[in-house]
Design a protein around this ligand. Structure first.
Ligand SMILES: Cc1cc2nc3c(=O)[nH]c(=O)nc-3n(C[C@H](O)[C@H](O)[C@H](O)COP(=O)(O)O)c2cc1C
Length: 180
């Protein structure tokens, strides 16, 4: 195996993106919990869902990993907030920089995808977290919400799916561009 796509997914949207990317690039996709040793791989793509700003499984996967000069790291976040909005991208990137060493962040190609949520499928813990957030936002006026808050309020309690495989295109280009 020369390259791998790892995914951190709780409810399936990051996994579905990883599997589609695998189909388009012929790179195997596995959960971060089954990650092979990374030191010999050329390209490591990490597709992780955002939970309270953090990318699921990323810190654990990259901990104690040192990357050689020849290795490539591509990090893809999957979240509810629209990554076409600059404020959302900045928030995600600021949180990401706190999650992984600066040396790794500096050399990673970073992309953002939009995922899905189905409140009926959420665990009790996640439903409670969202209910607390929702309640605290309700106490504020809508003008005080940032773009992430707005996305949460608009989808609260519902089933929403913003996943779009067409948004994988720049990631495929990134992966294939350098390996040709
Ligand atoms: C408890 C909780 C916290 C979340 N936090 C964020 C967040 O900080 N930013 C974001 O964009 N989306 C957030 N989301 C939305 C998820 O990232 C989104 O549903 C994603 O598609 C889930 O991926 P998965 O299906 O692969 O687990 C959160 C969802 C839950 C349930």
């Amino acid at each position: 195996m020369k390259s791998v796509i790892l995914y951190g997914s709780r409810y399936g949207s990051a996994r579905r993106y990883a599997q589609e990317l695998s189909k388009q690039t012929d790179i195997p996709a596995v959960s971060y919990q089954e990650a092979p040793p990374l030191s010999k791989l050329e390209t490591i793509v990490y597709i992780g869902a955002l939970y309270a700003g953090g990318v699921l499984g990323l810190t654990k996967t990259l901990r104690r990993q040192s990357f050689g000069e020849h290795q490539r790291l591509v990090i893809v976040t999957v979240g509810l907030a629209d990554p076409d909005i600059l404020q959302n991208r900045e928030n995600i990137r600021n949180a990401l920089q706190k999650q992984i060493p600066a040396q790794l962040y500096g050399r990673a190609a970073v992309f953002h995808l939009r995922g899905a949520i189905d409140y009926q499928a959420l665990s009790l813990g996640h439903r409670t977290m969202m209910a607390l957030l929702h309640r605290s936002l309700q106490k504020k006026s809508a003008e005080e919400w940032n773009e992430e808050d707005r996305a949460l309020m608009e989808t609260y309690g519902k089933r929403a799916d913003f996943a779009d495989f067409a948004s994988l295109r720049p990631i495929v280009n990134e992966i294939q561009g350098d390996t040709e």
